[in-house]
Design a protein around this ligand. Structure first.
Ligand SMILES: Nc1ncnc2c1ncn2[C@@H]1O[C@H](COP(=O)(O)OP(=O)(O)OP(=O)(O)O)[C@@H](O)[C@H]1O
Ligand SMILES: [Mg+2]
Length: 392
């Protein structure tokens, strides 16, 4: 197993998750569509890639595509169709005609037309939508049990929501996708995941109805035993001698054993270990590794994604709350946090609403955890990173 810190892991580098994989297959076999609203960096993409890999064993077909580079409905469709085209052997010979029809509809949507002297592309109209739906259903009716796994759809939809009339288009598009899932005879199952959760996104736009048929599947950090086995496997494969005491110290230091945090800290320990004179690792080295990992740019995503996901003022207030929280291990009560916003000239009423919304979002996304009425950073590693980046 490689000590891979960042990109999705596959094959031998994918560790554990046996219970969750079984659960996911059980849900899919029972006719559910899945939503993975897990916090960032939990290992969602790696997990769904493993589902795709295991699909054949379970007698399913599966495609995966990531739409984060797309900006609208047509962009989504292009990526969907490209993913389907790679699986030519799934379809009967006459599928070529269906692909051609889809291609024609797409070209008509992408072609520039001149309306009153202004060049524009045709709208994703009702007619185009139902034509595409009909052709896609025709294509997919022969595939049998098939998983369609879509990563990062909310990134594409956020982009679409930001253009004039975009919010309505997002709602229409999600309704259109939902309409595929309403066919009781269909053997297609859909899985949605991404670094921005679809449910938070849909809630913010007031369109939760468009995804209320998806089963919310929770993927969390590793359990303690799984984390120990994972470190043991990494240590063996990477030839890093690591006592049980050092492993315990590492798990304690991350606080919340996300595979990503474990990989990050392990990488720092590995650098310390791989000295020419063959150093013996001790818990003190874990402290050094912890400080170095908190300094690294690997965790920048936790700052950047607030700006991507939230409106500018909400992102500013979220940072204010996290600045306040990073200096206190135990955390603060909600009413104390409301005062942080009040001190930033927010009215008490608005501070109440905003604090409620932001605490929910930050908890959901793995920044914070609530314990006996107090909110604090979920992982000491992230808290230390935040402190170093923002206050030190
Ligand atoms: N099952 C696993 N085994 C080993 N390492 C893992 C596993 N899952 C995740 N990781 C670690 O976490 C990192 C991120 O994984 P992945 O890209 O799957 O997360 P993600 O939840 O999709 O992240 P994002 O929210 O940014 O899209 C990997 O590079 C790896 O270090
Ligand atoms: Mg991902």
């Amino acid at each position: 197993m490689k000590n891979q810190v960042g990109p999705p892991v596959t094959g031998n580098d994918f560790f554990g998750r046996k219970k969750e994989l079984l659960q996911a297959w059980d849900l899919l076999d029972n006719g559910n569509h899945l939503l993975l609203p897990a916090p960032r960096r939990v290992g969602k993409t790696s997990f769904v890639l493993q589902l795709r890999k295991d699909a054949q064993k379970h007698d399913w077909k599966a495609i995966y595509f990531n739409v984060e580079d797309g900006s609208d409905e047509t962009g989504f469709m292009r990526m969907f169709v490209d993913a389907l085209k790679k699986e030519e052997n799934w379809f009967k010979k006459n599928a070529k005609n269906t692909f051609d029809s889809i291609g024609k509809i797409m070209s008509s949507l992408e072609a520039e037309v001149e309306v009153q002297g202004v060049k524009t592309t045709l709208k994703w109209s009702n007619a185009a939508k139902s034509d595409l739906k009909r052709e896609l259903e025709k294509l997919l009716e022969d595939t049998g049990k098939c998983l369609i796994i879509i990563d990062e759809l909310p990134v594409l939809l956020s982009r679409l929501a930001n253009i004039p009339e975009g919010k309505g288009r997002v709602g229409d598009f999600l309704h259109w996708l939902r309409s595929f899932r309403q066919n009781p005879d269909s053997e297609i199952r859909w899985i949605f995941c991404g670094s921005i959760s679809m449910d938070t996104f849909a809630e913010r736009l007031g369109i939760t109805k468009t995804i209320n048929d998806l089963y919310s599947f929770s993927l969390g950090a590793f359990g303690e035993e799984e984390a120990r086995q994972f470190l043991q496997q990494l240590a063996t494969d990477q030839k890093v001698a690591m006592s049980a005491e050092v492993q315990e110290a590492l798990i304690k230091a991350v606080g919340w054993p996300l595979p990503y945090y474990l990989q990050l800290l392990f990488a720092q320990l590995r650098f310390i270990h791989n000295q020419p004179n063959g150093l013996v690792l001790t818990p003190e080295h874990v402290t050094t590794a912890f400080e170095r990992a908190s300094d690294s740019s690997n965790l920048n995503t936790w700052i950047e994604r607030l700006e991507e996901q939230l409106a500018p003022t909400d992102a500013k207030w979220a940072k204010n709350l996290l600045d306040t929280l990073c200096v206190k291990e135990k955390g603060f009560r909600r009413d104390q946090l409301e005062q942080v916003l009040v001190r930033n000239n927010v009215t008490p009423e608005e501070a109440k609403d905003k604090t409620a919304f932001l605490l929910k979002t930050l908890t959901h996304d793995g920044y914070l955890i609530e314990h006996t009425g107090e909110y604090g950073f979920r992982s000491p590693l992230l808290r230390n990173y935040w402190y170093k980046q923002r206050l030190q």
